[in-house]
Design a protein around this ligand. Structure first.
Ligand code: ZN
Length: 274
């Protein structure tokens, strides 16, 4: 069933995915079961985003980021897919998570790398200490919605605004005055309204350009290989430090960092985007 659906989706979105030729939808397993803790893949999307190609075939993906059909630039509604500079940006989604975020922070510290954390509001509320650690160690923040609502973009502007403001408030309850100038729509399910509301609230929408689909648990080897093969100047790399078992991502990061830091300058996405 999952494979059939994935194959159909792969066909349906082949055109939209043409800018990411290295992705192979048929290999999608949807294997996100067995994880403990917050598990956004199982959560209902709350409706399909309107005005996207996915509307005719139902929810296009499981609720995690990445492997979404909306990876063609025509579906980004202006969201940035690159860092805007020659520097490479690592991004970590869905946290913070007390099991994995500290491991990610320790590895980044070891390699003197700064990154950007796209945090979920309810997780920020539950783990303010981790929000503080992220900021104190020089990383930057990105709003990733209150409850990882993949369908948020289809809601009213007021509902979108309320969700994003609630998330920012949870972050700032942990770190008053924390700069939050980026927004990443869960699942990459961008719509014009969600990009527009984010902008009204001072946040630039952030997509990605390198997606190893780590949430599908392909193993540290495949995650590493995808990132190291596809990384180039300006890449925004999508990884997850929460939302399921992320040990594979942590193990991959241990292999990725020495290579990337030798080849690129890495940066936390700036808090003063132009
Ligand atoms: Zn996410």
């Amino acid at each position: 069933m999952t494979v059939v659906v994935a194959a159909l989706l792969g066909s349906a979105y082949a055109l939209g995915r043409s800018l990411v030729p290295d992705q192979v939808p048929g290999l999608s397993t949807g294997a996100t079961t067995g994880a403990d803790g917050p598990h956004y893949a199982d959560q209902p999307s709350g409706g399909e985003p309107s005005g996207t190609p996915s509307a005719s075939t139902g929810p296009a993906e499981t609720g995690q980021d990445g492997s979404a059909p909306n990876t063609g630039t025509d579906n980004l509604f202006g969201a940035h897919a690159t860092s805007g500079s020659p520097r490479l940006a690592l991004t970590f989604d869905d946290g913070p998570d007390p099991r994995y975020t500290p491991q990610v922070l320790a590895l980044l510290r070891e390699y003197d790398v700064h990154a950007t954390f796209c945090v979920v509001g309810e997780n920020a509320q539950n783990h303010p200490d981790l929000i503080q650690a992220i900021v104190n160690e020089g990383h930057t923040l990105c709003n990733h919605s209150w409850h990882h609502d993949v369908g948020l973009g289809a809601r009213s502007a007021d509902a979108i605004r309320s969700d994003l403001l609630r998330t920012n408030a949870a972050i700032r309850a942990a770190v008053p005055n924390a700069p939050i100038v980026w927004y990443r729509q869960p699942g990459g399910a961008w719509t014009y309204p969600v990009v527009s509301v984010a902008r009204q609230l001072g946040m630039t929408s952030l997509h990605w350009s390198v997606d190893p689909s780590d949430w599908e648990l392909p193993g540290a080897g495949k995650i590493t290989a995808t990132v190291l093969t596809q990384a180039e100047p300006g890449s925004v790399v999508l990884l997850h430090d929460a939302g399921g078992n992320r040990q594979g991502t942590v193990d991959a990061l241990r292999r990725i960092l020495p290579d990337l830091t030798a080849r690129f300058e890495l940066e936390a996405l700036p808090t003063d985007p132009t």
